[in-house]
Design a protein around this ligand. Sequence first.
Ligand SMILES: Cc1ncc(COP(=O)(O)O)c(C=O)c1O
Length: 1019
Amino acid sequence: MTNITHPAPNFSLVEARALAASHFGVTGSVGNLDSERDQNFRLASEEGDWILKVVNASEPRSESEFQTALLDHLARTGANLAVPTLRKTLDNTTLAFAADSNGAKHALRLVSWLPGKPLAEAERTPETLDSLGRALGRLDRALQGFIHPGALRSFDWDIRRAGASRRRLEHVLDANDRALLERFLDRFDAEVAPRLPALRAQVIHNDANDWNVLVDADDQAHVVGLIDFGDALHAPLIAEVAVACAYAILDTEDPIGAAAKLAAGFHAEYPLREEEVDLLFDLIAMRLVTSVTLSALRRQQTGDNPYLAISEAPAWRMLRRLDAMNPRFATAILRHACGFDAAPGARSLAAWISTNRKQLVPILDRHPATLVKALVPYGDPQHPMTVASAAEQPAKASAWWDAYSAENNIELGIGPWGEARTVYASDMFRSRFIEGVRRIHHLGLDLFMPAGTRVRTPLAATVNSVEIEEDRLGYGCLVALEHRPEGCPPFVTLWGHLAHEAMSRLKPGQRLEAGAIVGEMGVAAENGGWAPHLHFQISADPQLAARDILGVGEARYLEVWRELFPDAAELAGIPPETFVQTGRTRPEIVAARKTALLPNLSISYSQPIKFVRGEGPWLIDDRGRAYLDYLDCFNNVCHLGHAHPDVVEAIARQAAKLNTNTRYLHDAIVTYAERLTATLPEGLSVASFACSGSEANSLMLRMARTHTGRSDAIVLDWAYHGTTQELIDLSPYKYKRKGGKGRPAHVFEAVIPDSYRAPGDWPAEEHARRFAESIAEQIAAMASQGRAPALFMAESIPSVAGQVFLPEGYLKEVYALVRAAGGVCVADEVQVGFGRVGTHWWAFETQGVVPDIVTMGKPIGNGHPMAALVTTKEIATSFNNGMEYFNTFGGNPVSCAAGLAVLDVIERDGLRQNAAEVGTYLMDRFRELQARYDIIGDVRGMGLFLGIELVEDRKTKAPATALARRINDGVRARGVLIGTEGPHDNVLKMRPPMIFSRANADHLVSALDETFAAVLAER
Ligand SMILES: Cc1ncc(COP(=O)(O)O)c(C=O)c1O
């Protein structure tokens, strides 16, 4: 083994000059160079400069030979890096030998002098460190296949022997210093040394200190050479990086950042492995421990050897800094720099939360997504709440927040992840990584609600710890839970600022089911002195103890902390729109609509909502509030829920491939026509496609008129069938209201067959026949004018008329009358079709009839603009009178792909069954409400097509129109969107998406219940 304490050779300059001449035939002037245990001379000859190395007499011959073989190998393989080249002796060998005055024999080697400037004399910029890492990476890659018996040496600078430093501790005089080194040694023995043997090993340089590294004198960021291979050996590869880092980071303001740069440079040239990077922090420290303990020993043995003392003071300073750091955080920085997860599995944890967020139990009693939220102003240093909090005046801070929340109806205050805050003013927040820098970025998610608000675990958990942190502006009561969901790396959640009651309820090791109470938000006296809130944080490193989890971090390492302590917003169910607003504000959009759009467009609600995203039954507004979505169900479009992935994918796939028109052959349109007609009764076998319900109804009109040769129509009062003039003419809901010109002469109106409002003396079983009389009357009126119907059209459940369910047998009676008069019967299924009624695909089927023409729209493409008409062969044939039906977009491949996806999902996911079950459940719950609130005159529904009619008096059935509006507004304020309909606008109309769950139904009913109670209490 190399004995590094053996005295260095002691030849004079004259002797050295003579040795160079006699062995290598080189003459020139000679000067001394520093060396720790060998003796080096610089030789300036006419051929260039050389270094004469006189090797320590204690060095075994095999080791000297190893070094020459190593330089030889590098000369042949090259590493795109200058390394010394050997000059052969006059005897054509690579080593010569000389005896000193004591008779000790020394090996001699002459190597070329490399141009360049020692890194020690250059500035260590991040670029230099990167360049150094890369140079070493290239060097070691070139050494990968090299081995020599002399490489299998071991000596004190071998990182595997770093633990032996413990034996030299006695030479360290200061007890605190010894204790410091012992802490590193203990970690090394326990956690590092056992893992070293399993790491990759190869020949490495092992001493890239800044005197051995040469940079380009003109471009100092560029490492050009490496000298002194005297410490080379076969050792764990990572030691190369650790040794270089140990010197490169000395006296830097951000040592781990510097090490990360160097390691990343190495990694770019010669990829490191995670298990190597995981030991880097400790190995860097252990190189310094080795260095300072050897210095201590040497100082005692030899008296002050100035060379040995050179790096001692900075090494001690660095050890003290490293000692103050959490090695797991330092390792996270190093891992991240090399492209690994900051903690193993950190990225898959974030991905798992994203994928599984819908399965998470809400952490508050009401889902945070549904609450009205606003950011707490801690990001603004001048804000009175921030100023009060920083001055440790929680009561004042709370008062401001409470007043602001009350004024703006805010239910949940949010302190976002990553926010830069000035409230972290105490010494506790000084960075341990970067000199002179403070930690100011919040790494948790704060939820501000009143003290006493309960918080629940979103996933099953085991209690890791429950404790009280007494520090001012600390966490107060602090709970850490560990989660191990299937398919997800284990992680910890931290719950800070809780009330102390959790201490007596929770015990380490205790199991909590998802949704179990963790604690409640504490008052200032219990929560560390803050306005009441929860600090909720994730640690991707499950081994960090609660108090070690970094709650506030440095800006420079925010990306590392983002992986190690991912934003808990998704886990807490807070939509991202809460934090970032895009596009124009609501008032800006309202103003722009006024100037750029038709004023006829109406806007829902006096305080309009800007939605930015839809997901399943939810719509999410621009401030991250999710509404249980009825609004689009009011338009009956998001049949499968918003942004259904199957439909989105089908549209995207086809749009990326081809979109064209019906004049070319394409599979999709015929497949879709077959699939669609297969859902209809026999006879309805010919399909045609359009882009909107209105277009489908317009086509229907052309067909009915061509087929019958007539143009008159019978419709039901308060019906709506479309937006073109010819359809406005068939829509009493339009022509009888504002701007309408009244009923046109070719249109005949029958009464709404509304059983709830039928004359009291009509027996229920006669409703169908009695209401059908109104149709007979219209046919008679037509006849009296010499007219006859081309068509009768009705929605199978009149919706705009107030969710009116036709009396049983009504359509049978009516169709018979109309057909007898030569008219065709049309079912408008634009709102009610596609399985919404649950029991059947089409609502007319519930009446036991088969129409001649069925028109469809809204839900057909789950939001994609498309529509369809299906009719009989007979009508299709007579419509074929020579005039082409061409609709540029109708039936295009993308629309057909969307339509097919909708049918697939309804069938695959059993959505008709779901509509039937959840619809029945909702009806039961509505009846319970009806039993409690007199104002509810009638509840009606089939599947997920539902209505609640409000009346002032159940006897007179006087419509409660104003109240219906207030209920509508009230449920909106509770995050639920519904509509009002009917001639008196007193029917609450609900048509949720077909994926609506029982939980969604409960949410709706509780919002209705609360609203009824509140509105009626105000009456
Ligand atoms: C029953 C009914 N038919 C037809 C239409 C017209 O459909 P679109 O708006 O797609 O043209 C509507 C639209 O609300 C409707 O409710």
